[in-house]
Each structure stands twice: as structure tokens, then as C-alpha cells.
Ligand binder design. Structure first.
Ligand code: GMT
Length: 368
């Protein structure tokens, strides 16, 4: 098929899912056209059958900021016509759901619009009064609206008073990229053989980066360990200050944004993921696929990904003491860690393998 994908290209789970989906679809023989503001970071290298159409920043003295929303619609119409697209897939409701619908109206091409909701698009942005009406409209005019967890389906229906079914298409992972055994860089990060903990996020308040440091501080008071903090965002200055106050700077690596996290994940022993709300938790899934047990909260869709006691451990939001105890149990008991690590990999392969969920998207495209 000839598929158009509208997504965000900045660091964030929705753009990652869209890019990974595009790569898998292209590998299955589809032509995939991304219409984005900037190149999605997981599409930095060349992939056959993938085309990236970047939206230009149109400057004009009357516009205080370039009207990207409009230029993206215009570009989508051009791409639809030039490449005879058969389906438009909008990732993240705001503004892509409405943008895809408007491009369809303007082009006169009656092709299906599929919207995938990722969580913050409806829980934070779309639920906000400033965006509520257009988000709801975008959902109503989409031919199909998929969600990344059952939790998100329930939350979205309640927020927008929707009665329609919202099929769950889970986030997925490529097990050939995110795999255990790439321990090469471990000796660089933990020269004395200490265990390596990892946290990956965009350092927004809901990721509770402060809890990561509290957990690590409890662990460090009991044993040696190192912590790799990957990503960047608004809470970075606070995190660096707090790490200094807790005396953790010598054992904490603030590695910033990384294009490729698979090798660092594979070198890690435990992931700390204490978010206060999360529709799914893609970073946690990528850890599981690398055989890394995850210590997380039982918030939102996380329990759909992390089975407590099987592939990691869950605690209530903010229970840093309990999360530290779980982590210590894993670090101090090698047999338990190995068991959970094997189960984590198996769980990722069985439930969240790219093949099965990409096929589900294909099935949805073809049903129209
Ligand atoms: O987590 C973020 O802040 C980024 C956000 C996004 O919108 O890009 O991620 C959301 O989508 C991911 C992919 O579907 C999910 O795995 C994340 O759980 C979800 N984030 C939240 O719900 C907070």
C-alpha cells in the first residue's frame, strides 16, 4: 500500500512508534511517506521504500510563528496527490488527526484516516479546554482511532464521552535491535564491575526524575552501583542539582539525548521507571526486550506491560523506598535477576513483537 504518516519528529514515544512502524511497513513492501516538521530521529539513516517530506517553515512578517499546522496540511495534500496515497495514519491527535482529515477534504481523495492516540495527546493536550473541541472532532472524523493500551481506551472514552470502540494496538519493539548481550560498553560505564541502573525519559515532571535519584540514593547507601540518566528536558537542571546534593554525581552519568539507546540498555542491569502516569511506557518495553528488569509504578497502562514479579516490580507512585528494595533484591540476588531477565526478554518477544502489531495496523488499513 501507499501509506502517509503524520507524526511529531521531536524526541518522544509517539514519534518513535511512528518511525518504527514506518520502517517495519517499508520492510514489508509498503511505500511509506512521512510528512513531518523535521526528520524523525529514528529515521536518520536511509531505508528503502521510506520517503520523508519535511514541512517548510514559512516566514512572513504577519506571522509571529510560522503556521506549521497549515503548511503541513498543504504538504500532505501535495504528497497525497503526487504519490496516490491510499491511507493517512495520524500519530498523536493534536494536530495530526485534524490535519489528516483536512488534507483529505481539500484533496478530494476519499481515503481513510487512521488516528493513533499515544496518551498525552488526549490526557494532557486534548483534554485541555484550548484543544478539547478540535481533538474531539479529530477523533470523530477519523475512520479508526487506535490506542496504545486498554487504560488509554477507557480514559479517552471517558474524557470525550465517546461510545465507539477504540482498538488497542500496543507499542512494539524490534527484538533484533533491542536484544541482550551487547555488554561491550558496560566496562566503560562501570569500570569496577558495579551494576548499572538506567533511566530514559524526556525529563518532564510526570517522569518523576526526582524519584529516580531518591531510589538511587537509597541503593547507594547500601551498595555500589552506577546510574545512567538518558534524555533531556525541563527537569534536567533540578536533577543535576539534586544529584549533587545527594552526593551522587560521581556515580551518575547524565548522558543527554541519545539516538541509539539499544547498546546502553543492553549493558544495563535494571531500569528505573517511576512515572506518575503513562499510557504504555515504550522505554520500559525496550528495556524488557534487552532482558533488563524494570522497576516501575502501577500507574496508567504500565501494568499492561510490566507483570509484577515476572518481568520487574511495581509499586505505588512515589514509593521510592519500596522501589529501592525491589532493585536491591535484584542486584543482590543474581539468580533472581537472571530469571527475571530471561522472562523479560521472552515477554517482550511474545506479547510485543513488532511483527504481530504491525500486522494489526496493516489489517486496519486494509479493512477500508
Ligand atoms: O512519555 C512522553 O512524554 C512522550 C509521549 C509522547 O507522546 O510521545 O509518550 C507517549 O506515547 C508513547 C508511545 O505510544 C507511550 O509509550 C508513552 O507511555 C506515552 N507517554 C505518556 O503517556 C506519558
Amino acid at each position: 500500500m501507499r501509506i502517509g504518516i503524520l507524526c511529531h519528529s521531536t524526541y518522544g514515544g509517539s514519534g518513535v512508534v511512528a518511525a518504527e512502524l514506518g520502517k517495519s511497513l517499508a520492510a514489508r513492501g509498503h511505500d511509506v511517506h512521512f510528512v513531518t516538521i523535521g526528520r524523525p530521529f529514528r529515521l536518520s539513516s536511509y531505508h528503502p521504500n521510506i520517503y520523508v517530506h519535511e514541512v517548510a517553515a514559512f516566514q512572513h512578517p504577519l506571522f509571529e510563528v510560522p503556521p506549521y499546522f497549515l503548511t503541513q496540511i498543504n504538504k500532505t495534500v501535495e504528497v497525497m496527490r503526487r504519490h496516490k496515497l491510499e491511507v493517512l495514519h495520524a500519530h498523536y491527535a493534536v494536530p495530526h488527526s485534524l490535519g489528516a482529515h483536512m488534507a483529505r477534504q481539500i484533496s478530494g481523495e476519499n481515503i481513510p484516516v487512521i488516528t493513533t492516540l499515544h496518551g498525552t495527546d488526549t490526557s494532557l493536550v486534548g483534554a485541555h479546554q484550548e484543544f478539547f473541541e478540535i481533538t474531539k472532532y479529530g477523533l470523530l472524523v477519523s475512520d479508526e482511532v487506535t490506542v496504545v493500551s486498554s487504560f488509554l481506551a477507557k480514559q479517552t472514552r471517558a474524557t470525550f464521552g465517546l461510545t465507539r470502540d477504540l482498538p488497542v494496538v500496543y507499542n512494539f519493539v524490534d527484538p533484533d535491535v533491542f536484544k541482550p548481550g551487547l555488554k561491550g560498553i558496560k566496562s566503560k560505564l562501570t569500570p569496577n564491575g558495579e551494576p548499572l541502573l538506567i533511566h530514559i525519559s524526556n525529563f518532564r515532571p510526570l517522569k518523576r526524575v526526582s524519584d529516580v535519584l531518591d531510589i538511587f540514593s537509597i541503593i547507594r547507601s547500601k551498595r555500589t552501583a552506577k546510574l545512567a540518566m538518558i534524555g533531556d528536558g525541563p527537569e534536567m537542571p533540578m536533577a543535576q542539582k539534586k544529584a549533587a546534593q545527594l552526593g551522587l554525581l560521581d556515580d551518575t552519568y547524565f548522558l543527554g539525548r541519545q539516538d541509539s539507546v539499544a547498546s546502553i540498555l543492553a549493558a544495563s542491569d535494571v531500569m528505573l521507571f517511576p512515572s506518575c502516569c503513562e499510557s504504555f511506557g515504550l522505554a520500559a518495553l525496550e528495556a524488557l526486550s534487552c532482558g533488563v528488569p524494570v522497576i516501575a509504578t502501577n500507574a496508567g497502562g504500565i501494568p499492561e506491560v510490566i507483570e509484577h514479579g515476572e518481568v520487574g516490580f511495581l509499586a505505588n507512585v512515589g514509593e521510592v523506598e519500596e522501589m529501592a528494595q525491589y532493585t536491591l533484591e535484584l542486584l543482590d540476588n543474581q539468580r533472581l535477576r537472571q530469571k527475571i531477565s530471561l522472562q523479560a526478554r521472552e515477554h517482550a518477544l511474545k506479547r510485543f513483537n513488532a511483527g504481530q502489531w504491525v500486522a494489526k495496523y496493516e489489517q486496519i488499513y486494509q479493512s477500508f
